[in-house]
Write a protein that binds this ligand. Sequence first.
Ligand code: FBP
Length: 552
Amino acid sequence: MGNTEALRHQRQNYQPQLPPVLQDIEGACLRANAEAPPTTPLPEHFPSTQGLPHLQVAALEGCSASKAPRVGVVLSGGQAAGGHNVIIGLHDALLRRHGCVNLIGFLGGPSGILDNEVVELNADVIAPYRNQGGFDMIGSGRTKIESPEQFAAAKKTVEALQLDGLVVIGGDDSNTNAALLAEYFKAHNTPCAVVGIPKTIDGDLKTEDVEISFGFDTACRTFSEIIGNIARDALSAKKYTHFIKLMGRSASHIALECALQTHANVTLIGEELARNKATLRDVTKQIADVIAARADAGKNYGIVLIPEGIIEFLPETKLLISELNALLAKESKSFDALATPEDKAAFVVKNLSEEAASCFKAIPQRIQQQLLLDRDPHGNVQVSKIETERLFIASVTEELAKRKKERTFSGKFNAQPHFLGYEGRSALPTNFDANYCYSLGFIAALLVEQEATGYIAAIRNLAGPVDEWQPAAVPLASLIHMETRKGKEKPVIKKAMVELEGPAFKHFATQRNQWEVNDAYTFPGPIQFFGPQDVTDQVPFSLALEQTTPVV
Ligand code: FBP
């Protein structure tokens, strides 16, 4: 019988690559980066942690380890491949610098901090997770540490555990939390350094200094493999147009990266549609035009990529969602008391503005129900659960039927819906994510040991070979700006959206016309761990383009 775990075991033996300055972790130090002056846009929110310098990891004469720190680590939010390697990097760096490790993991995400639920992370516990996907070593969660009581509970826990450092592995919101916790601990004389690590498959935690979040590469490569397989099937069967929704929340980074990797016929980019003030009707027409042009060329098949957050960008669906959120928050009692889905639909139609109600009535019943029933604990529409791929299949079917009647479309249209998300979040990390995460763990170990609180670990020049990576740390407070969240102004890390003037989008924009009717699909195949380096050690195409490396 074969060994179904053979690859997993081989991966456990992979030794992640480190940039030179981290290879010699025993002699590594942090020093201020003179070229990046300290900036704190909102000093009033960070009186104790404002004005911190940007840091670089360097090998300095006479640099040596100080006392072995006691460190807690937490995984926060959705899974992203490589999280285990951050923890293992942290462990290995502490061991190499101090000869011993005092590392504990908070169970189930930030709630583990509030409830002081922990597990000791020693060499035996972490060993099975080397270079493995998922967050199952300690679990994750979406609890936010926001209220004064929660901050006080976090302080109580780190004091009870005598932690010198807390490493928060999370996305924009979790790193905002890390910035606020660092400030709170400093202001309350709790000597625990809080360090953030950029995690999320969505790719929306990104700045000039934080080039990419981990997990994005593995997720996009997994999705692109599947899209390539579907494209090959479409080319063979020649009878389906596949509508593929891709996870990624509001930003369309994943859709853009997958488009660059697979050359799908149509890829919607939410940020572009918003800039063009495109309506549902415009997008339907755009997709139908490509399907009709392909049909004229004898191609009754194709691939359409749809980012998860698209309906937040189209004016009428955006208005509908915001009115629904407000209405159902205000009228939750009367709404919940209604017995049937039909009664609920009638109730909202009666209470929405004319514009929002007509948008609601125009969308398929199945999607109407999702808008009304799949709501988060705050009562808001769960945008990620809306089957936009089916929404567009319905609207394009209608449009093409109309064109058929008018004799402007004579092709065939058979659609297949897909949703890619969970398939890519916990896959075996690519070499890029495995190396990146292991290195981030090393940087976090240095930051905690040197009491550098309020920083996010980062690496510059990530599109280059690992030998040329430049480990660094960026003050979290320098990334914070004010934003309206649930009707209140809050200091938060800004979500990075697709930059329409950036090289990745511009490259896509110059190529996409050729991908519409030509069958220019590329077939990336599965992530590879063995073989030539140009196959195993690829970097995300959008990152390469941003760092002016050509992609093919
Ligand atoms: P994070 O922002 O926490 O990294 O979440 C990533 C993500 O995969 C999103 O793309 C997606 O919308 C969301 O998680 C789904 O999360 P859940 O499975 O908890 O509903």
